[in-house]
Design a protein around this ligand. Structure first.
Ligand code: SAH
Ligand code: SF4
Ligand code: F3S
Length: 499
């Protein structure tokens, strides 16, 4: 087995106490398409391990008497996960300590998602639990997309909440926390026209192997079904120098893998005089000493150009995986969704990716049952899936959302019909994944080792193409290292192998 230490001569990252322990605690890992919980995760490869800190106090006396403790729970996409890392960083810097259970926390924070109705419902039911159980002096705050979407309505529905703050106002979070500490019981931060991103020196990174970094906030696309332009505000890119500086810090911490985030990450527009293109930024990030893997998510098909493929072809550190949501295979539905591309234009992008000199994995997001979607249009989505041969897909039933243009569209599809279409689509995708993964048996992949199973000599990691590979190895101390693993078996969502 070839063990390659991560990041040149650097061994497994050491600068995060608790990283390895947390990774070891991790439960079963999932791969592409394995999670279909539409309320919690919208992107593949989301970390599953419980990354929260363990409570450090005695645990018997309510910590609010002891002062500054917070509990933070995150729903939604990786951008939310990463925002929570920054929120935690800000609170830790103010002397707060993170605890694992809301009962013992002085401040309880939910970083929320409202992408689909179920996600929003889940949060309101969570908040409802505090109607009778909230302790005297306990602060409950709602952050993130639901906060932005519902605004002060949250106070009306759950009067025991004291803070409502959308992600576009996070730069003011330290001030808000100060106000709460001063005893203020109604603090809101709901602007979306802020021109500053939430940059903080104090990010507390949770994922021990993959460091997230937001390079573009908000979204200027106006897909007719989507709340994100309302909840995260307009697009704002970070200056390339600031991105590269943070990548250097990430590398200095011992990380070898970085994932650049944005709702439309490839619409990145460097606001500085350097005017770096997204593909140039990718290359520059990959060149930062110590960085060995660079990922990015999510790409919008309209802004996905040949230059990105050429960068991946030329630079091995750029991972061979692109998440390119299509949403529908019907040009008529795509037009109704205002996705700004046709079926044919999208398939040209796929052909460009499949024609690359390096094999590139492609994953996608799909919506079934958009208003007015006919059976024939749904079948066009199935035929597009056959043509595109995705390596993974996240699929959802259309969910009508407040303020979105599609809310007023006629010919809603009944719930049962949406479920039927989703079932068919997921069945088709499963077959595609079984066949595609089976073809990888016998190949050798480089894996970043991220977890150890309770079973002896059993390890888990991700390939560059973002597949989960569970493998046996007699190696010791391989966590955080890159190892070569031969694939011996394949399922629809993950591979097995021997290192
Ligand atoms: N910015 C990304 C995706 C953001 S949300 C993009 O443009 O592709 C993640 C996924 O949730 C979307 O790709 C879409 O498939 C799904 N989604 C968003 N709004 C939805 C809605 N109202 N109903 C069902 N699925 C939705
Ligand atoms: Fe939503 Fe469309 Fe923006 Fe993606 S590109 S976040 S789907 S509006
Ligand atoms: Fe959800 Fe907001 Fe992300 S709505 S998917 S948390 S951008």
């Amino acid at each position: 087995m070839g063990v390659v230490p991560g990041g040149g001569s650097a061994p497994a990252p050491q600068s995060h106490p608790g990283r390895i322990e947390r990774a070891l605690e991790g439960g079963p890992y999932r791969g592409f398409g394995e999670t279909q919980d539409p309320g919690t995760h919208s992107v593949p490869g989301a970390p599953e391990e419980n990354t929260r800190e363990r409570p450090q106090g005695s645990g018997t006396r309510p910590a609010l008497q002891g002062g500054r403790t917070f509990y933070l729970e995150t729903f939604g996409c990786q951008m939310n996960e990463h925002d929570s890392e920054k929120v935690a960083g800000v609170l830790l810097a103010r002397g707060y300590r993170q605890v694992e259970s809301p009962e013992v926390a002085a401040v309880i924070l939910y970083n929320t998602c409202s992408i689909r109705e179920k996600a929003a419902q889940k949060i309101f039911s969570r908040l409802g639990e505090y109607r009778f159980t909230r302790k005297e002096g306990q602060v409950i705050g709602v952050l993130g997309c639901l906060a932005q979407q519902e605004g002060e309505e949250i106070f009306a529905r759950a009067p025991w909440v004291s803070l409502v703050c959308g992600s576009a106002s996070y730069r003011k979070l330290p001030e808000f926390i100060k106000e709460l500490e001063a005893g203020n019981t109604r603090v809101t931060g709901l602007e979306t026209d802020t021109d500053e991103t939430f940059e903080t020196e104090m990010t507390r990174r949770d994922n021990p192997w993959r460091a997230y970094l937001t390079i573009i906030e908000g979204c200027d696309k106006a897909c007719t079904y989507c709340v994100v332009p309302f909840t995260r505000g307009p697009e704002r890119s970070r200056a390339s120098a600031s991105v590269l500086e943070e990548v250097q810090q990430i590398a200095d911490l011992g990380y070898t893998e970085v994932q650049l985030l944005g709702q439309t990450v490839n619409s990145y527009a460097d606001p500085s005089a350097r005017r770096m293109r997204f593909s140039e930024l990718l290359v520059a990030v990959a060149e930062v000493p110590g960085i060995r893997r660079v990922r990015f998510m999510t790409s919008h098909p309209r802004d996905f150009g040949k230059d990105i493929v050429e960068a991946i072809e030329a630079v091995p550190a750029l991972c061979d995986h692109v998440h390119l949501p299509v949403q529908s295979g019907s040009t008529a539905v795509l037009r109704a969704m205002a996705r700004t591309y046709t079926r044919e234009e999208y398939l040209e992008k796929i052909a460009m990716l499949r024609g690359a000199k390096r094999r590139i994995s492609i994953t996608t997001d799909l919506i079934v049952g958009f208003p007015g979607e006919t059976e024939k249009e749904f079948e066009e989505t199935l035929s597009l899936m056959d043509a595109a041969q995705y390596d993974g897909a996240f699929s959802f039933k259309y969910s009508p959302r407040p303020n979105t243009p599609s809310l007023k569209m006629e010919d809603a599809i009944p719930e049962e019909e949406k479920s039927r279409r989703l079932g068919i689509l997921q069945g088709r995708q499963r077959e595609i994944q079984i066949a595609r993964n089976a073809r990888l048996v016998g190949e050798v992949f480089e894996v970043l080792v991220e977890g150890k199973s309770r079973r002896e000599n059993q390890w888990m990691g991700h390939t560059s193409c973002n597949r989960v590979l569970n493998f046996t190895s007699r190696g010791e101390e391989i966590l955080g290292h890159y190892v070569q693993v031969r694939v011996t078996g394949a399922g629809p969502n993950s591979l097995v192998g021997e290192g």
